[in-house]
Write a protein that binds this ligand. Structure first.
Ligand SMILES: Cc1cc2nc3c(=O)[nH]c(=O)nc-3n(C[C@H](O)[C@H](O)[C@H](O)COP(=O)(O)OP(=O)(O)OC[C@H]3O[C@@H](n4cnc5c(N)ncnc54)[C@H](O)[C@@H]3O)c2cc1C
Length: 515
């Protein structure tokens, strides 16, 4: 074993494997003798999970940095633009119960007392619609940019909805053809180790032993290296977030040119919740539920009903069942092995944080790439600390959606708001937020997964009405100016942005201006 870390072996060719390969190759790879060599091994017999079709805005920077063009994503991956999430029926399930968590920050965020201003001036208006143009754009199914806006440029913040399988193929082609990643289509059968316990090589069926200095486990829910080989346990979070099952189905539009949503739509039901991701040629839909509360048959019936109610066909296929243990590994980086993607953990797809964690993991491995084996243990410690913190914040944020619900139509919802199931830190913050708004010092790390603005959107969207202890009159006037500004911007955007479907059609025919 040489001391310098020069050979990276990635096990798995799902989204996690190919994103990580490309992120590392574009900056650490190349033809110099000292460059890092990246090999990705992917079983031809085990397909990637094939779900994971909603991203955060961070994906724009990731794609731009690895040298992909947005136009290729739109044309090659059936992609569309995502401006946030819409939550239907989460507060009480009554008619009209809906709110948005948009990607754009509130107008005047961090300057004015927006929450105090909203409570004193327009408490009956939805918070998100008062402070941001984006919910209005989503309701009208408008695009987040114009035909003249360049590649990756935005009028309002956005991420993507795309076909996960096509995205995997695009990433693979780019990583292999343009970034020099070596692709080995083969099954890994055995893990060989050095005397000290580090992984030395992965044995494959047809290509023999593939040696490396650093091994990245992107083997999905199988978690072959970090889980099966090293036995690093999963920290189950099932006592906090009960969902352990998902049903997935692809649904055609009634007409090819149907209006195209630009938010993921999450709809609550007594059995669980459904997702609806609008791609240009089909909808990716599914139901997430807890097997302790709902049977597969009941969840399938609820999903089928939902699809029919929202314009889907009456003859529906049986959905694909995916089971998972909600949780994350006690360590993500152990010895010379680091887990990225589903092998490191999975909670549930609410708020679509999994690919964002893949992007953050790949970026940290790239930025802190260890010079030698001795440094690797220090980098591993930092990585484990950073991602343990991030997983815990994701759990807090997802749980927030459930604890504030007033739904009383099943044990699923009642159990979710049992105080005993709430993480301690979230409970403490909720107590404080009765008297003040979430602000940046509640989430103070650089690259927090969810900023305080996201907590504000969900808290107030869920009907939480604080009694502010210390309103700041000077900043309330500022808030009013922000609301007026937001209303002016909303009007301008509603008049100036194209329909989402029209922009996608335009890009397919004419492409996009380059930045
Ligand atoms: C229902 C559901 C909905 C989701 N929705 C979202 C979403 O909207 N947004 C989001 O960000 N995330 C979402 N996710 C998560 C997202 O799907 C994953 O994070 C993402 O697809 C990455 O998966 P992966 O690459 O880790 O694993 P996989 O896609 O499962 O890839 C595993 C790879 O390992 C390879 N492999 C396995 N065993 C071997 C072996 N022995 N030898 C060689 N290769 C092997 C396989 O061939 C495959 O290439 C969702 C997940 C689920 C379950």
């Amino acid at each position: 074993m040489t001391d310098a870390v020069r050979q990276v072996v990635i096990l798995g060719g799902g989204s996690a494997g190919w994103i990580t390969a490309a992120v590392l190759a574009v900056e650490l790879g190349g033809s110099d003798p000292g460059a890092v060599k990246i090999t990705l091994i992917e079983s031809p017999d085990t397909p990637a999970i094939g779900v994971g079709e909603g991203t955060w805005p961070s994906m724009r920077e990731t794609l731009q940095r690895i040298g992909l063009h947005e136009v290729d994503l739109v044309r090659g991956c059936d992609a569309a633009f995502k401006q946030g999430s819409r939550f239907n029926g989460w507060v009480n399930g009554n008619e009209g119960d809906a709110y948005y968590h948009p990607f754009s920050l509130p107008q005047g965020y961090g300057e004015a007392d927006l929450v105090g201003g909203w409570l004193s001036q327009s408490p009956d208006q939805p918070f998100a619609e008062t402070v941001s143009a984006q919910p209005h754009l989503c309701t009208e199914r408008l695009a987040p940019k114009q035909t003249s806006t360049p590649d990756f440029g935005a009028v309002v913040n956005y991420g993507y909805h795309f076909d996960a399988v096509k995205m995997g193929l695009l990433l693979r082609k780019h990583a292999v053809d343009k970034l020099g990643v070596r692709h080995v289509a083969d099954e890994v059968t055995t893990v060989h180790t050095h005397e000290n316990g580090d992984i030395a090589a992965l044995e494959t069926k047809a290509h023999g032993k593939i040696t490396g200095d650093l091994f990245i486990d992107c083997s999905g829910l199988a978690s072959l290296l970090i889980g099966k080989h090293y036995g690093i346990a999963m920290r189950s979070q099932q006592h906090v977030l009960f969902n352990d099952s998902a049903l997935a189905l692809q649904v055609p539009y009634a007409e090819a040119n149907a209006p195209l949503a630009s938010a993921t739509i999450a709809t609550a039901y007594p059995e669980g919740w459904t997702w609806d991701i609008g791609l240009p040629t089909r909808r990716g839909m599914g139901m997430v539920y807890s097997s302790a509360h709902t049977t597969q048959e009941a969840a399938t019936a609820a999903l089928h009903n939902h699809i029919r109610k929202t314009g889907g066909p009456s003859d529906l296929a049986a959905p694909r069942l995916i089971r998972f243990t909600p949780g994350y590994r006690e360590q993500f980086w152990h010895r010379n092995c680091v887990a990225v993607g589903l092998s490191s953990g999975f909670i549930e797809p609410l708020e679509a944080s999994a690919l964002a964690l893949v992007e953050l993991s790949a970026a940290m491995i790239r930025d802190e790439f260890p010079a030698n084996r001795a440094d690797m243990d220090l980098v591993a410690k930092r990585f484990n600390d950073a991602f343990t913190y991030r997983w815990a914040r994701i759990i807090d944020f997802l749980k927030l959606h459930y604890v504030l619900s007033q739904r009383d139509d099943s044990d699923y919802w009642r159990d979710h708001r049992n105080p005993a199931s709430m993480p301690e830190r979230l409970g403490e913050l909720l107590q404080l937020w009765h008297h003040r708004a979430p602000y940046r010092n509640d989430l103070f790390r650089i690259e927090e997964v969810f900023p305080a603005a996201s907590y504000q959107y969900v808290l107030y969207g869920m009907g939480f009405k604080p009694k502010l202890a210390n309103p700041r009159p000077a900043r309330l006037a500022q808030a009013q100016a922000c609301f007026q500004n937001s209303a002016i911007i909303t009007k301008r955007f509603l008049g100036g942005l194209p329909r989402h479907r029209d922009l996608i059609n335009h890009i397919h025919v004419h492409g996009m201006p380059s930045a």
